[in-house]
Design a protein. Structure first.
Ligand SMILES: NC(=O)c1ccc[n+]([C@@H]2O[C@H](COP(=O)([O-])OP(=O)(O)OC[C@H]3O[C@@H](n4cnc5c(N)ncnc54)[C@H](OP(=O)(O)O)[C@@H]3O)[C@@H](O)[C@H]2O)c1
Length: 378
Protein backbone atom coordinates (compact mmCIF):
# COMPACT_ATOMS: atom_id res chain seq x y z
CA UNK A 1 0.00 0.00 0.00
CA UNK A 2 1.43 3.37 -1.03
CA UNK A 3 0.26 6.02 1.42
CA UNK A 4 -0.01 9.80 1.22
CA UNK A 5 -0.20 11.02 4.82
CA UNK A 6 -1.90 14.36 5.55
CA UNK A 7 -0.74 16.01 8.79
CA UNK A 8 2.31 15.20 10.90
CA UNK A 9 1.19 16.10 14.41
CA UNK A 10 0.37 13.85 17.37
CA UNK A 11 -1.48 11.20 15.36
CA UNK A 12 0.18 11.60 11.92
CA UNK A 13 3.69 11.05 13.30
CA UNK A 14 2.34 8.02 15.20
CA UNK A 15 0.92 6.53 11.99
CA UNK A 16 4.28 7.03 10.25
CA UNK A 17 6.08 5.33 13.12
CA UNK A 18 3.75 2.30 13.28
CA UNK A 19 3.64 1.91 9.48
CA UNK A 20 7.46 1.71 9.38
CA UNK A 21 7.29 -1.39 11.57
CA UNK A 22 5.03 -3.22 9.11
CA UNK A 23 5.80 -4.78 5.75
CA UNK A 24 3.97 -3.36 2.79
CA UNK A 25 2.75 -0.06 4.26
CA UNK A 26 4.85 2.61 2.63
CA UNK A 27 4.30 6.23 3.70
CA UNK A 28 5.53 7.71 0.46
CA UNK A 29 4.68 11.39 0.94
CA UNK A 30 3.60 13.53 3.88
CA UNK A 31 1.64 16.75 3.51
CA UNK A 32 2.80 19.10 6.24
CA UNK A 33 3.28 22.75 7.00
CA UNK A 34 6.86 22.37 8.18
CA UNK A 35 9.00 20.19 5.87
CA UNK A 36 11.71 19.91 8.52
CA UNK A 37 9.38 17.70 10.63
CA UNK A 38 9.43 14.83 8.14
CA UNK A 39 12.39 12.53 7.49
CA UNK A 40 13.55 11.11 4.16
CA UNK A 41 12.61 14.06 1.94
CA UNK A 42 8.99 12.82 1.92
CA UNK A 43 7.46 16.14 3.02
CA UNK A 44 5.32 18.06 0.52
CA UNK A 45 3.32 21.24 0.96
CA UNK A 46 0.94 20.93 -2.01
CA UNK A 47 -1.93 18.39 -1.85
CA UNK A 48 -1.68 17.96 -5.65
CA UNK A 49 1.63 16.16 -5.14
CA UNK A 50 -0.34 13.41 -3.37
CA UNK A 51 -3.66 13.46 -5.23
CA UNK A 52 -1.96 13.47 -8.66
CA UNK A 53 0.62 10.83 -7.77
CA UNK A 54 -0.49 7.64 -9.56
CA UNK A 55 1.69 5.51 -7.27
CA UNK A 56 -0.29 6.57 -4.17
CA UNK A 57 -3.40 4.43 -3.67
CA UNK A 58 -4.40 5.50 -0.15
CA UNK A 59 -4.63 8.85 1.62
CA UNK A 60 -4.45 8.81 5.42
CA UNK A 61 -5.64 12.04 7.02
CA UNK A 62 -4.59 13.13 10.54
CA UNK A 63 -4.87 16.87 10.05
CA UNK A 64 -8.19 17.74 11.66
CA UNK A 65 -10.69 20.55 11.04
CA UNK A 66 -13.30 20.91 8.33
CA UNK A 67 -11.34 22.98 5.83
CA UNK A 68 -9.24 22.24 3.92
CA UNK A 69 -9.82 18.64 5.11
CA UNK A 70 -13.10 18.39 3.15
CA UNK A 71 -11.52 19.77 -0.04
CA UNK A 72 -8.55 17.37 0.32
CA UNK A 73 -10.85 14.39 1.03
CA UNK A 74 -13.08 15.09 -1.94
CA UNK A 75 -10.19 15.53 -4.37
CA UNK A 76 -8.48 12.35 -3.11
CA UNK A 77 -11.72 10.32 -3.42
CA UNK A 78 -12.41 11.77 -6.87
CA UNK A 79 -8.94 10.57 -7.87
CA UNK A 80 -10.06 7.08 -6.75
CA UNK A 81 -7.80 6.95 -3.70
CA UNK A 82 -8.88 5.15 -0.52
CA UNK A 83 -9.46 7.60 2.30
CA UNK A 84 -8.67 6.77 5.92
CA UNK A 85 -9.22 9.48 8.49
CA UNK A 86 -9.28 10.12 12.24
CA UNK A 87 -11.11 13.39 11.65
CA UNK A 88 -14.50 13.08 13.39
CA UNK A 89 -15.45 16.68 12.63
CA UNK A 90 -15.08 16.00 8.91
CA UNK A 91 -16.91 12.65 8.92
CA UNK A 92 -19.78 13.84 11.12
CA UNK A 93 -20.37 16.91 8.95
CA UNK A 94 -19.83 15.39 5.49
CA UNK A 95 -20.69 11.71 5.81
CA UNK A 96 -23.35 11.57 3.05
CA UNK A 97 -21.09 13.45 0.62
CA UNK A 98 -18.04 11.34 1.49
CA UNK A 99 -20.02 8.11 1.06
CA UNK A 100 -21.29 9.21 -2.32
CA UNK A 101 -17.81 10.12 -3.53
CA UNK A 102 -16.30 6.88 -2.22
CA UNK A 103 -19.00 4.78 -3.88
CA UNK A 104 -18.87 6.68 -7.17
CA UNK A 105 -15.11 6.25 -7.39
CA UNK A 106 -14.78 2.70 -6.05
CA UNK A 107 -12.65 3.89 -3.14
CA UNK A 108 -12.67 2.76 0.49
CA UNK A 109 -13.67 5.15 3.25
CA UNK A 110 -12.73 4.23 6.84
CA UNK A 111 -12.52 6.20 10.10
CA UNK A 112 -12.16 3.65 12.92
CA UNK A 113 -9.89 5.97 14.95
CA UNK A 114 -12.41 8.83 14.77
CA UNK A 115 -14.61 7.16 17.42
CA UNK A 116 -12.93 5.62 20.44
CA UNK A 117 -9.30 6.35 19.43
CA UNK A 118 -7.68 2.93 19.85
CA UNK A 119 -10.86 1.00 20.73
CA UNK A 120 -12.20 -1.40 18.07
CA UNK A 121 -15.69 0.11 18.26
CA UNK A 122 -16.84 0.86 14.71
CA UNK A 123 -15.40 -2.39 13.37
CA UNK A 124 -17.31 -4.38 15.98
CA UNK A 125 -20.54 -2.58 15.11
CA UNK A 126 -19.78 -3.58 11.52
CA UNK A 127 -19.17 -7.21 12.50
CA UNK A 128 -22.34 -7.25 14.60
CA UNK A 129 -24.47 -6.00 11.72
CA UNK A 130 -23.31 -8.83 9.45
CA UNK A 131 -25.46 -11.22 11.48
CA UNK A 132 -27.51 -9.17 13.90
CA UNK A 133 -29.46 -5.96 14.51
CA UNK A 134 -28.01 -3.26 16.76
CA UNK A 135 -30.75 -1.76 18.94
CA UNK A 136 -28.94 0.66 21.22
CA UNK A 137 -25.53 2.26 21.65
CA UNK A 138 -24.30 4.29 24.61
CA UNK A 139 -21.26 5.13 26.64
CA UNK A 140 -18.42 7.34 27.76
CA UNK A 141 -16.91 8.47 24.44
CA UNK A 142 -14.72 11.31 25.73
CA UNK A 143 -11.64 10.89 27.94
CA UNK A 144 -11.22 14.57 28.80
CA UNK A 145 -14.63 14.93 30.44
CA UNK A 146 -14.29 11.55 32.11
CA UNK A 147 -10.97 12.66 33.62
CA UNK A 148 -12.58 15.86 34.97
CA UNK A 149 -15.65 14.08 36.39
CA UNK A 150 -13.53 11.30 37.88
CA UNK A 151 -11.23 13.84 39.59
CA UNK A 152 -14.27 15.66 40.98
CA UNK A 153 -15.84 12.45 42.30
CA UNK A 154 -12.77 10.62 43.60
CA UNK A 155 -10.49 13.43 44.69
CA UNK A 156 -13.07 16.04 45.60
CA UNK A 157 -11.54 18.48 43.10
CA UNK A 158 -13.66 21.42 41.99
CA UNK A 159 -14.35 21.85 38.28
CA UNK A 160 -11.68 24.50 37.54
CA UNK A 161 -9.02 22.55 39.39
CA UNK A 162 -9.88 19.27 37.58
CA UNK A 163 -9.86 21.02 34.18
CA UNK A 164 -6.47 22.65 34.93
CA UNK A 165 -5.01 19.23 35.83
CA UNK A 166 -6.42 17.70 32.63
CA UNK A 167 -4.79 20.53 30.65
CA UNK A 168 -1.47 20.07 32.44
CA UNK A 169 -1.46 16.34 31.63
CA UNK A 170 -2.30 16.98 27.96
CA UNK A 171 -5.81 15.44 28.24
CA UNK A 172 -7.57 18.76 27.61
CA UNK A 173 -6.76 21.44 25.05
CA UNK A 174 -6.09 25.09 25.91
CA UNK A 175 -9.62 25.76 24.60
CA UNK A 176 -11.50 22.73 25.98
CA UNK A 177 -14.92 23.76 24.61
CA UNK A 178 -15.35 20.92 22.08
CA UNK A 179 -14.83 18.35 24.83
CA UNK A 180 -16.64 19.90 27.78
CA UNK A 181 -19.65 21.20 25.84
CA UNK A 182 -20.19 17.82 24.16
CA UNK A 183 -19.45 18.60 20.47
CA UNK A 184 -16.68 15.98 20.31
CA UNK A 185 -18.99 13.32 21.75
CA UNK A 186 -21.85 14.34 19.48
CA UNK A 187 -19.68 13.92 16.38
CA UNK A 188 -18.69 10.46 17.57
CA UNK A 189 -22.35 9.65 18.17
CA UNK A 190 -23.39 10.73 14.66
CA UNK A 191 -20.71 8.45 13.15
CA UNK A 192 -21.64 5.58 15.50
CA UNK A 193 -25.35 5.94 14.62
CA UNK A 194 -24.41 5.53 10.95
CA UNK A 195 -22.32 2.42 11.65
CA UNK A 196 -24.82 0.91 14.12
CA UNK A 197 -28.15 1.61 12.45
CA UNK A 198 -27.27 2.66 8.88
CA UNK A 199 -28.97 5.97 9.75
CA UNK A 200 -27.62 9.35 8.72
CA UNK A 201 -28.59 11.95 11.32
CA UNK A 202 -27.46 15.55 11.36
CA UNK A 203 -25.14 16.71 14.10
CA UNK A 204 -27.22 19.80 14.88
CA UNK A 205 -30.36 17.66 15.38
CA UNK A 206 -28.86 15.76 18.32
CA UNK A 207 -29.56 17.59 21.62
CA UNK A 208 -26.40 18.12 23.60
CA UNK A 209 -25.56 19.37 27.08
CA UNK A 210 -22.03 19.19 28.52
CA UNK A 211 -20.34 19.53 31.89
CA UNK A 212 -19.17 23.18 31.80
CA UNK A 213 -21.48 24.19 34.65
CA UNK A 214 -21.08 21.22 37.01
CA UNK A 215 -19.95 22.23 40.53
CA UNK A 216 -18.41 20.46 43.53
CA UNK A 217 -21.77 21.00 45.22
CA UNK A 218 -23.56 19.01 42.48
CA UNK A 219 -21.06 16.19 42.95
CA UNK A 220 -21.71 16.23 46.70
CA UNK A 221 -25.45 15.98 45.94
CA UNK A 222 -24.80 13.01 43.59
CA UNK A 223 -22.74 11.28 46.27
CA UNK A 224 -25.60 11.72 48.72
CA UNK A 225 -27.91 10.07 46.17
CA UNK A 226 -25.36 7.22 45.72
CA UNK A 227 -24.69 8.28 42.11
CA UNK A 228 -21.71 9.06 39.85
CA UNK A 229 -21.98 11.53 36.97
CA UNK A 230 -20.70 10.68 33.45
CA UNK A 231 -21.07 12.48 30.13
CA UNK A 232 -23.00 9.97 28.03
CA UNK A 233 -23.83 9.73 24.35
CA UNK A 234 -26.66 7.36 23.59
CA UNK A 235 -28.91 6.40 20.71
CA UNK A 236 -31.60 3.85 20.05
CA UNK A 237 -33.19 2.67 16.82
CA UNK A 238 -36.78 1.60 16.48
CA UNK A 239 -39.37 3.15 14.19
CA UNK A 240 -37.38 6.36 14.67
CA UNK A 241 -33.87 7.14 15.94
CA UNK A 242 -33.44 8.75 19.35
CA UNK A 243 -30.06 10.28 20.18
CA UNK A 244 -28.63 12.60 22.81
CA UNK A 245 -25.51 13.78 24.62
CA UNK A 246 -26.07 14.63 28.29
CA UNK A 247 -24.68 14.04 31.78
CA UNK A 248 -26.11 10.87 33.31
CA UNK A 249 -26.05 9.69 36.93
CA UNK A 250 -25.12 6.03 37.43
CA UNK A 251 -25.53 3.97 40.59
CA UNK A 252 -22.49 2.44 42.29
CA UNK A 253 -21.74 -1.02 40.91
CA UNK A 254 -22.56 -0.18 37.29
CA UNK A 255 -19.61 -0.41 34.85
CA UNK A 256 -20.09 3.21 33.73
CA UNK A 257 -19.81 4.54 37.29
CA UNK A 258 -16.35 2.98 37.64
CA UNK A 259 -14.59 4.32 34.51
CA UNK A 260 -11.40 5.96 35.80
CA UNK A 261 -9.27 8.85 34.51
CA UNK A 262 -9.35 9.44 30.76
CA UNK A 263 -10.65 6.00 29.73
CA UNK A 264 -13.69 5.31 27.53
CA UNK A 265 -16.38 2.64 27.85
CA UNK A 266 -18.66 2.19 24.86
CA UNK A 267 -21.43 -0.37 24.60
CA UNK A 268 -24.07 -1.73 22.28
CA UNK A 269 -27.02 -4.03 22.58
CA UNK A 270 -28.11 -6.20 19.69
CA UNK A 271 -30.94 -8.66 19.22
CA UNK A 272 -28.95 -11.90 19.34
CA UNK A 273 -25.57 -11.05 20.86
CA UNK A 274 -27.05 -8.97 23.67
CA UNK A 275 -24.89 -6.46 25.51
CA UNK A 276 -21.21 -5.91 24.61
CA UNK A 277 -18.86 -3.25 25.98
CA UNK A 278 -15.45 -2.00 24.89
CA UNK A 279 -13.13 -0.30 27.34
CA UNK A 280 -9.86 1.44 26.57
CA UNK A 281 -7.97 4.53 25.49
CA UNK A 282 -10.13 6.82 23.38
CA UNK A 283 -7.24 9.11 22.40
CA UNK A 284 -3.46 9.49 22.36
CA UNK A 285 -0.79 9.16 19.66
CA UNK A 286 -0.34 5.41 19.52
CA UNK A 287 -3.87 4.19 20.36
CA UNK A 288 -5.25 6.44 17.60
CA UNK A 289 -2.48 5.58 15.12
CA UNK A 290 -3.08 1.90 15.92
CA UNK A 291 -6.67 2.05 14.61
CA UNK A 292 -5.60 4.08 11.55
CA UNK A 293 -3.01 1.46 10.65
CA UNK A 294 -5.60 -1.29 11.26
CA UNK A 295 -7.82 0.52 8.74
CA UNK A 296 -4.93 0.51 6.23
CA UNK A 297 -4.51 -3.24 6.65
CA UNK A 298 -8.27 -3.87 6.31
CA UNK A 299 -8.41 -1.80 3.13
CA UNK A 300 -5.34 -3.57 1.80
CA UNK A 301 -7.14 -6.88 2.33
CA UNK A 302 -10.14 -5.71 0.34
CA UNK A 303 -12.50 -3.86 2.72
CA UNK A 304 -14.29 -1.18 0.74
CA UNK A 305 -17.52 -0.22 2.44
CA UNK A 306 -18.04 2.30 5.20
CA UNK A 307 -19.02 -0.09 8.05
CA UNK A 308 -22.53 -0.63 6.66
CA UNK A 309 -23.75 -1.13 3.13
CA UNK A 310 -26.98 0.86 3.09
CA UNK A 311 -27.83 4.20 4.64
CA UNK A 312 -31.05 6.11 5.11
CA UNK A 313 -31.34 9.70 6.25
CA UNK A 314 -33.16 9.88 9.59
CA UNK A 315 -34.63 12.54 11.85
CA UNK A 316 -33.79 12.47 15.55
CA UNK A 317 -36.89 12.04 17.70
CA UNK A 318 -36.53 11.97 21.50
CA UNK A 319 -40.20 12.60 22.23
CA UNK A 320 -40.78 9.09 23.57
CA UNK A 321 -37.62 8.80 25.63
CA UNK A 322 -38.54 9.35 29.28
CA UNK A 323 -36.05 10.22 32.01
CA UNK A 324 -35.94 11.58 35.56
CA UNK A 325 -33.65 14.62 35.75
CA UNK A 326 -31.58 16.18 38.51
CA UNK A 327 -31.83 19.94 37.90
CA UNK A 328 -30.01 22.79 39.59
CA UNK A 329 -31.10 26.26 38.58
CA UNK A 330 -31.23 29.55 40.42
CA UNK A 331 -34.05 30.97 38.30
CA UNK A 332 -37.59 30.22 39.46
CA UNK A 333 -39.57 28.28 36.89
CA UNK A 334 -43.21 27.23 37.00
CA UNK A 335 -42.81 24.33 34.56
CA UNK A 336 -39.94 22.85 36.58
CA UNK A 337 -42.07 23.16 39.72
CA UNK A 338 -44.92 21.36 37.96
CA UNK A 339 -42.74 18.34 37.00
CA UNK A 340 -40.61 18.16 40.19
CA UNK A 341 -41.10 14.89 42.06
CA UNK A 342 -38.65 15.80 44.84
CA UNK A 343 -36.65 18.80 45.99
CA UNK A 344 -33.29 19.03 47.75
CA UNK A 345 -31.11 21.90 48.86
CA UNK A 346 -30.96 24.03 45.67
CA UNK A 347 -31.98 21.25 43.27
CA UNK A 348 -35.03 19.34 42.05
CA UNK A 349 -35.48 15.80 40.76
CA UNK A 350 -38.20 15.57 38.15
CA UNK A 351 -40.78 12.88 37.52
CA UNK A 352 -40.14 10.85 34.34
CA UNK A 353 -40.48 13.37 31.50
CA UNK A 354 -39.91 13.42 27.77
CA UNK A 355 -36.24 13.99 26.95
CA UNK A 356 -37.20 16.12 23.92
CA UNK A 357 -39.38 18.38 26.06
CA UNK A 358 -36.75 18.59 28.80
CA UNK A 359 -33.89 19.61 26.46
CA UNK A 360 -36.15 22.21 24.86
CA UNK A 361 -36.92 23.65 28.30
CA UNK A 362 -33.24 23.57 29.36
CA UNK A 363 -32.14 25.46 26.22
CA UNK A 364 -34.52 28.29 27.13
CA UNK A 365 -33.82 28.16 30.87
CA UNK A 366 -30.09 28.49 30.23
CA UNK A 367 -30.68 31.93 28.82
CA UNK A 368 -32.01 33.18 32.15
CA UNK A 369 -29.64 31.00 34.21
CA UNK A 370 -26.28 30.28 32.49
CA UNK A 371 -25.20 28.32 35.61
CA UNK A 372 -27.94 25.71 35.07
CA UNK A 373 -26.76 22.10 35.37
CA UNK A 374 -28.73 18.92 34.89
CA UNK A 375 -28.15 15.20 34.67
CA UNK A 376 -30.46 12.32 33.77
CA UNK A 377 -30.90 9.54 36.33
CA UNK A 378 -30.03 6.09 35.04
N1 LIG B 1 -4.92 13.31 19.32
C1 LIG B 1 -5.76 12.32 19.55
O1 LIG B 1 -5.63 11.63 20.55
C2 LIG B 1 -6.85 12.00 18.57
C3 LIG B 1 -7.72 10.93 18.83
C4 LIG B 1 -8.72 10.60 17.89
C5 LIG B 1 -8.83 11.36 16.75
N2 LIG B 1 -7.98 12.42 16.55
C6 LIG B 1 -8.15 13.22 15.33
O2 LIG B 1 -6.95 13.14 14.58
C7 LIG B 1 -6.78 14.35 13.86
C8 LIG B 1 -5.39 14.91 14.16
O3 LIG B 1 -5.27 15.14 15.54
P1 LIG B 1 -3.85 15.46 16.21
O4 LIG B 1 -4.07 15.37 17.67
O5 LIG B 1 -2.78 14.66 15.59
O6 LIG B 1 -3.69 17.01 15.82
P2 LIG B 1 -2.33 17.84 15.72
O7 LIG B 1 -1.31 17.29 16.65
O8 LIG B 1 -2.70 19.26 15.81
O9 LIG B 1 -1.84 17.51 14.24
C9 LIG B 1 -2.42 18.02 13.09
C10 LIG B 1 -1.30 18.25 12.09
O10 LIG B 1 -1.85 18.63 10.84
C11 LIG B 1 -1.12 19.73 10.36
N3 LIG B 1 -1.97 20.51 9.47
C12 LIG B 1 -3.07 21.24 9.76
N4 LIG B 1 -3.56 21.82 8.65
C13 LIG B 1 -2.75 21.46 7.63
C14 LIG B 1 -2.71 21.74 6.26
N5 LIG B 1 -3.62 22.52 5.69
N6 LIG B 1 -1.74 21.18 5.51
C15 LIG B 1 -0.80 20.41 6.08
N7 LIG B 1 -0.77 20.10 7.39
C16 LIG B 1 -1.73 20.62 8.16
C17 LIG B 1 -0.72 20.51 11.61
O11 LIG B 1 0.38 21.34 11.36
P3 LIG B 1 0.71 22.55 12.43
O12 LIG B 1 0.96 21.89 13.72
O13 LIG B 1 1.92 23.17 11.84
O14 LIG B 1 -0.50 23.42 12.44
C18 LIG B 1 -0.36 19.36 12.55
O15 LIG B 1 0.95 18.93 12.36
C19 LIG B 1 -7.93 15.27 14.29
O16 LIG B 1 -8.95 15.17 13.34
C20 LIG B 1 -8.38 14.68 15.61
O17 LIG B 1 -9.76 14.91 15.87
C21 LIG B 1 -7.00 12.76 17.42
Amino acid sequence: MQIGLLGYGVVGAGVDHLAKELDGLDVRKVLCLNLADVTGGRGVTDIAEIVDDPEIDTVVEAMGGLHPAWEFASSALRAGKNYITANKALVAAYLPELLELAQANGAALRCTAAVGGGIPWLINLERCRRVDTVRRIWGVFNGTTNFILDAMHRQGADYAEALATAQKLGYAEADPSADIDGDDVRRKLVISVAAAFGALVREQDVPMFGIRTITARDVANFRALGKTCKLIASAEAGKTVSASVEPVLYSAGTPESAIPENFNLVSFESTNAGHQSYYGQGAGRYPTAYNMVQDCLDVRSGTRRFYTKDFVRAEVDNTNVFRHYYVRTNAEDAWLDSVAAAKGDGFAVTAAISQAKFHEWAAVQRQSDPTLFFAALQ
